[in-house]
Design a protein around this ligand. Structure first.
Ligand code: ZN
Length: 61
């Protein structure tokens, strides 16, 4: 008998927008998900959205 324990992996959902207040950058100016530092930025409803060019993770700042 074997029990499968799901591996705990830190993955971010790219379909939602994370709030910087709740998810501050692990490394400042870099994506928490992939570590890349290239972003696209946009403003939505007066909120600045930073989107990673690599993985698409979004964060409101
Ligand atoms: Zn990324």
């Amino acid at each position: 008998m074997s029990e499968e324990i799901p591996e705990e992996k830190k993955e971010y959902d790219t379909t939602i927008i994370y709030d910087y207040a709740d998810y501050p950058d692990i490394v400042s100016g870099r994506c928490d998900n992939c570590g890349k530092a290239q972003f696209e930025s946009s403003v939505k409803n007066y909120v600045y959205i930073r989107k990673c060019r690599e993985c698409g993770m979004k964060k409101s700042i």
